[in-house]
Design a protein around this ligand. Structure first.
Ligand code: IPE
Ligand code: IPE
Ligand code: MG
Length: 236
């Protein structure tokens, strides 16, 4: 009963980290950790649906991650395509709207095709919105937004230039800023994730490696969030 009354975030975002180390600890190839990490995404999604959280998002691949060995990059892209297409029946059953955000210019044709298929088929779903950030970085997002805003201001001088009007140029337009960011694997950094959008996000860092992050770990983080006092610069 008590769990229904705790203050829940509207948008929870994850920096899923530690897949490679998880695999290494088991004497396996790094990609094995990525495969197991998909199960953690599923587990988080189930909890979010059950608790009626509105938005969950996952940092799956950064602009910097393109610098990894080609074999790992290729396997990751294939895995993401396979996972999103394979999950379609679950999305439909659970009324989940699925979106992928990032630098589309760098997506492979297969990624573009899978994203288009799953996004269009789930677009009318009204439950949880689940977002994957793929080929995304915070600085890239701010830069592309600034370019679009500058373009608009040239065509329409005198337009508003406040933080709220800037939001609409970011790839996250229409999505509320994250209330809670959870990063796994003991790393305590943002790694060029949603730099603008996390201005007032509550941060939770856990040593658990992403493939081990399941229902219990998520519920614990939600409890920690519920105990936080968000002041937004004001005083009580
Ligand atoms: C996170 O796990 C997944 C991606 C960044 C794609 P890592 O692959 O970074 O795993 P570690 O940090 O090397 O253990
Ligand atoms: C952050 O993880 C990016 C994603 C989870 C997609 P990394 O493993 O790439 O981060 P760093 O390089 O250790 O900061
Ligand atoms: Mg890592």
């Amino acid at each position: 009963m008590a769990e229904q009354t705790i203050k829940l975030p509207r948008h929870v975002t994850f920096i899923m980290d530690g897949n490679g180390r998880w695999a290494k600890q088991r004497g396996k190839e790094r990609v094995f950790g990525h495969f197991e990490g998909v199960e953690s995404v599923r587990a988080v999604m189930k909890v979010a649906v059950k608790k009626k959280i509105e938005y969950v998002s996952f940092f799956a691949f950064s602009e910097e991650n393109w610098g990894r060995p080609q074999a790992e990059v290729t396997t990751l892209m294939e895995l993401m395509c396979k996972a999103m297409v394979g999950e379609l029946p679950t999305f439909m059953e659970n009324n989940v709207r699925f979106m992928v955000l990032g630098n589309r210019e760098r997506w492979t044709d297969e990624v573009k095709k899978s994203v288009e298929e799953i996004s269009s088929k789930t677009a009318a779903n009204t439950g949880l919105t689940m977002i994957i950030f793929l080929s995304y970085s915070g600085k890239w997002d701010i830069l592309q937004a600034a370019q679009k805003m500058a373009h608009d201001l040239i065509n329409q001088p005198g337009g508003t230039q406040d933080p709220k009007s800037f939001d609409q140029y970011l790839v996250t337009d229409g999505i509320p800023d994250p209330d809670l960011l959870i990063r796994t694997s003991g790393e305590v950094r943002i790694s060029n994730y949603m730099l603008w959008q996390t201005a007032y996000t509550e941060l939770v860092f856990t040593d658990v490696l992403w493939p081990d992050f399941r229902e219990k770990e998520f519920v614990d983080a939600l409890e920690e969030f519920a105990g936080r006092d968000r002041r937004f610069g004001k005083i009580k």
